[in-house]
Design a protein around this ligand. Structure first.
Ligand code: MG
Length: 502
C-alpha cells in the first residue's frame, strides 16, 4: 500500500490524521440517513433528528478547530506533490470558508426555519394551499439572500448559492445555455408531438405488476449492468429512490414499488445504479478522505442520467433486456421490444417534474431557474410565485396547473432551503450527452456496445475518465479533461433530435 500512496506530503498526512474523526462522523451520519429512509420505525424520527443535528454540530466544530484550519491554510501555501493533494486542500478550504462566512446564528435560523417549513410544506401541498407555506418561503428566501451576501459573489447573488452545489458555475455560464436550450426544445417538442411517432401515452402504463416479480427483474438487471450486489452494494426500498454511499466499499440504492407502470421503478433503479457506480469506482486510495465523493451534483447527475436515459431508454438496451423483462413480467410478453421502447420513451408535456420524459424535462428546470434567480435578485416577490409559475408553465410546455399542488408546491427543495440546486439536474443531463459523445469516440458506437452487453467496457471507461478521481478536480475542470469543453447544450440537443426526430 505505502508504495502506492497518493498522499505523501507530511502536512497532508497530518491533515488526514486529524480529518479521520470528521470522516467517521460523516460515515455514521450517512448510515443514519440511509436507515432513516429505509429501516427506521417512524417513531424514531425525533431522536434520530436530534442525534444527527448533534453530530453535525460536532463535525463543524472539528472542521473549524483553529489548529485544523491553520494546517489547511499552511498546506494551501505549500508545495504539494500531486493533483490529489491539491484537490484535498481545495475541497477542505471550500468547506471551511463556507462555514466561517455564514454567522452561526444565521445558519441556526435557517436550520430551524427549514425544519418547520418542511412540515408545513407537506400539509400545504396536501391541501394545495400556497398561502400556508408562503410566510415560511418568504423567510427562507430572505435568509438565502442574506447568505448570498455573506458568501460573496462577483456578479449575481444567485452565483453564491449555485456555487455550493456546482463549484465554479455562474449565472453567466447558465444563462446562455438555457437561452439556447429553450427555443430548441420548444421546436423539438412541437415536432415530436405533431409527428406522433412517439406516443403521449402507452397501455403498459396502466398494467399492474407483482412487486416480487419486478424486484427480481430489477436485481437481474443490476447484475447484468455489473452492480456488485451483496458484496459491496445493496438494493432496498424507500418512498423516494436514492443512492447513499457509506464508503467506497459500501454503496446502497433504493427504488419504490407502486404496483403498476413498472418503468418507474425499473428506470429509477438504472438511474440510481449510475449514481452508485460513480461512488463504487472511486479510487480506493481516496477512501476516508474528503475526496471520496463526486465532483459535484451536476457531474453526479450526469452519471445517473447517462445510464437511465442514454443507455436505459435506448432501443439497443430495451432489446438486450427484453428477455429478462418478459421472463419476470409475463404480462409484457404480448408487446415485444419495439413497444417497450415506445413505453420507455413516451413524450407528454406534463405538470410534474419528476414524472417528465427526457424531451420535456429540462423545461421544468428552466422554469425553476428563472423563478429562483428572480427571487434571489429581488425582482419577484414570493407572493407572485404561484401565478408566475402557472404562466411560465403554460408558456414553456402549454399546460397549466389547476392548483398549487400541481404547480408551485410540487417540489420539496425550497422548503429545505435548497435554492440553486435545480440547475444541476439540467447540467447533468447536458453533461451525460457530452460524455456519451466522448465515450463513442474511444469505444465506438454505444448502441453496438449495449447490444453486445459490453457494460464492463463502459464501466471501465467511466472509471478511468471520471469515477476514480472522486472530488479531486472541480466539475468544470473534470469535464474539460473528459470531453474537452465546459457544460454545453449542443450535444444534448443533437442527441434528442437524433433519437426523436431522425
Ligand atoms: Mg439523481
Amino acid at each position: 500500500m505505502s508504495s502506492n500512496e497518493v498522499f505523501v506530503t507530511p502536512i497532508i498526512k497530518e491533515i488526514l490524521r486529524k480529518y479521520r474523526v470528521i470522516w467517521a462522523i460523516g460515515h455514521a451520519s450517512a448510515l443514519m440517513g440511509w436507515d432513516l429512509e429505509v429501516c427506521m420505525p417512524p417513531a424514531g424520527v425525533k431522536e434520530r433528528s436530534a442525534a444527527s443535528a448533534e453530530l453535525g454540530v460536532l463535525s463543524q466544530k472539528l472542521l473549524l478547530d483553529p489548529e485544523f484550519v491553520s494546517l489547511v491554510e499552511k498546506a494551501a501555501e505549500a508545495e504539494l506533490a500531486n493533483d490529489y493533494e491539491r484537490g484535498l486542500v481545495r475541497v477542505l478550504k471550500r468547506e471551511i470558508d463556507r462555514m466561517r462566512k455564514i454567522p452561526p446564528e444565521v445558519l441556526h435560523e435557517l436550520i430551524k426555519t427549514t425544519g418547520e417549513a418542511q412540515v408545513v410544506w407537506r400539509e400545504a401541498k396536501q391541501r394545495s394551499d400556497f398561502g400556508m407555506f408562503r410566510p415560511y418561503l418568504e423567510k427562507i428566501v430572505e435568509l438565502e439572500r442574506r447568505i448570498a451576501e455573506y458568501l460573496g459573489y462577483e456578479e449575481h447573488p444567485y452565483d453564491a448559492l449555485l456555487d455550493f452545489y456546482e463549484e465554479g458555475v455562474r449565472v453567466k455560464d447558465l444563462d446562455p445555455v438555457f437561452q439556447q436550450l429553450e427555443p430548441e426544445l420548444r421546436k423539438i417538442i412541437e415536432k415530436v408531438l405533431s409527428e406522433g411517432r412517439f406516443p403521449q401515452w402507452h397501455p403498459l402504463e396502466d398494467l399492474p405488476y407483482r412487486k416480487e416479480d419486478l424486484k427480481e427483474l430489477n436485481l437481474a438487471t443490476l447484475e447484468l449492468l455489473g452492480y456488485p450486489l451483496g458484496e459491496r452494494a445493496r438494493l432496498d426500498e424507500s418512498t423516494h429512490p436514492f443512492t447513499q454511499s457509506i464508503g467506497v466499499n459500501d454503496v446502497r440504492i433504493t427504488t419504490r414499488y407502486e404496483g403498476k407502470d413498472f418503468r418507474r421503478s425499473y428506470l429509477a433503479v438504472i438511474h440510481e445504479f449510475g449514481h452508485a457506480l460513480y461512488e463504487l469506482q472511486i479510487d480506493e486510495r481516496l477512501a476516508m478522505t474528503p475526496l471520496a465523493t463526486g465532483a459535484s451534483l451536476g457531474i453526479h447527475e450526469s452519471q445517473s442520467r447517462f445510464w437511465e436515459n442514454i443507455i436505459g431508454r435506448s432501443r439497443a438496451f430495451v432489446t438486450a433486456v427484453y428477455p429478462l423483462i418478459e421472463k419476470h413480467l409475463p404480462f409484457v410478453s404480448g408487446y415485444g421490444p419495439d413497444e417497450v421502447f415506445l413505453y420507455f420513451n413516451v413524450v407528454r408535456p406534463s405538470l410534474i417534474r419528476v414524472e417528465a420524459d427526457e424531451v420535456t424535462y429540462n423545461m421544468h428546470i428552466i422554469l425553476r431557474y428563472r423563478l429562483e434567480k428572480a427571487l434571489i435578485e429581488g425582482s419577484m416577490d414570493v407572493s407572485d410565485l404561484p401565478s408566475a409559475w402557472n404562466d411560465l408553465m403554460d408558456k414553456l410546455l402549454g399546460v397549466r396547473p389547476r392548483n398549487d399542488a400541481e404547480g408551485v408546491l410540487q417540489d420539496i427543495h425550497w422548503s429545505m432551503g435548497s435554492i440553486g440546486y435545480f440547475p444541476t439536474y439540467t447540467l447533468g443531463t447536458l453533461a451525460a450527452a457530452q460524455i456519451a459523445g466522448a465515450a463513442e469516440k474511444e469505444l465506438g458506437s454505444l448502441e453496438e456496445l449495449v447490444r453486445e452487453k459490453g457494460f464492463g467496457r463502459l464501466r471501465e471507461w467511466l472509471r478511468e475518465k471520471i469515477h476514480r478521481w472522486g472530488a479531486t478536480y472541480p466539475p468544470k475542470e473534470l469535464l474539460r479533461r473528459v470531453v474537452g469543453s465546459e457544460y454545453s447544450a449542443e450535444p444534448f440537443i443533437g442527441y434528442i433530435r437524433g433519437k426523436y426526430l431522425a
